[in-house]
Design a protein around this ligand. Structure first.
Ligand code: AMP
Length: 285
């Protein structure tokens, strides 16, 4: 595996494979790699000839300076893990390479960015995500790009972005990878203290309670959300939001019919902000 730092190096490195007709897969990450990231890299390995993993802690998508400063970074470890999972290239640019002096363009995806994460983290969050993903897609020009279902609204934003801007890439979404007790893997989990790690299970408990209540026949979204909140309260966690929305538009639903409905939750446990989701009437977990 090669580690490349500049856009020129990346383009030069991918020129040969592209000309030879080899398919290119891109797995964007912010590093601190865990099994969630590695599952996406392995999936890319099985479906693409050339696998690029990007490692860039994107300052533009952080709404809290403290969260950016505390974000775990260990490039040597990430390099080893990415190589082991089958990456051919680790693209690890500096902030100045991605945002050179004079950088003045922002990609804003309306509507789907507005609710939930957009509302709670601020509009700059998804603008930061959309801008950096657009840049990464232009830098690597992959045939396939891989994202995790854990960040469901990010997936919806990027699907819209790719469609609206006619970006020639296929999007593949990998299932959420969890700890044995159900906590969704996240780079931020390492910042949970022991008691917080126990309370962090509240997100999964809330989602499970909604799923069970739906399975028992409840269809009213307000009631289902209240059941989820109550299950979280048992672990002394109050969500920033727990809402039932349409998976593509992220608009709220009043009741659950036959169509897939996404149950999305975010909560702060101690200093750490966590998110998770489940899909009713679909391939949720
Ligand atoms: P991040 O480094 O947090 O920006 O995540 C990089 C990619 O890994 C994104 O597409 C995430 O959705 C995905 N990802 C993060 N956590 C998980 C997880 N627990 N399971 C599956 N994918 C994940």
């Amino acid at each position: 595996m090669k580690t490349l730092r500049t856009v020129d190096e990346l383009r030069a490195g991918l020129n040969g494979p592209r000309r030879a007709g080899r398919s290119i897969g891109l797995v964007p990450t912010m590093g601190a790699l865990h099994e969630g990231h590695l599952s996406l890299i392995r999936r890319a390995r099985t479906s693409c000839d050339e696998v690029v993993v990007s490692l860039f802690v994107n300052p533009a998508q952080f709404d809290e300076a403290g969260d950016l400063a505390a974000y775990p970074r260990d490039e040597a470890r990430d390099e080893a893990l990415a190589a082991e999972a089958g990456a051919d290239v680790l693209f690890a640019p500096s902030p100045a390479e991605v945002y050179p002096r004079g950088f003045a363009t922002t990609v804003v995806v309306d509507e789907v960015s507005a609710a939930l994460e957009g509302e709670h983290r601020g509009a700059a969050h998804f603008a930061g995500v959309a801008t950096v993903v657009t840049k990464l897609l232009n830098m690597a020009q992959p045939d396939v790009v891989f994202f995790g279902q854990k960040d469901a609204q990010q997936v919806a934003v990027i699907r819209r972005l790719v469609r609206d801007l006619d970006i020639p890439v296929r999007i593949e979404v990998g299932d959420t990878i969890r700890e044995a007790d159900g906590l969704a893997l996240s780079s931020r989990n390492v910042r949970l203290r022991a008691d917080e790690r126990r309370r962090a299970l509240a997100l999964r408990r809330g989602l499970d309670a909604v799923r069970a209540c739906h399975a028992a026949g409840e269809r009213d979204a307000t009631i289902l959300a209240a059941i989820g909140r109550a299950a979280m309260a048992e672990l002394d966690v109050e969500p920033e939001y727990l809402e039932l929305v349409l998976p593509d538009s992220f608009t709220p639903v009043a009741s659950v019919g036959e169509q897939p409905v996404l149950v999305a939750v975010a909560a702060r446990v101690g200093d750490v902000r966590l998110i998770d989701n489940d899909i009713l009437n679909g391939s949720g977990q």
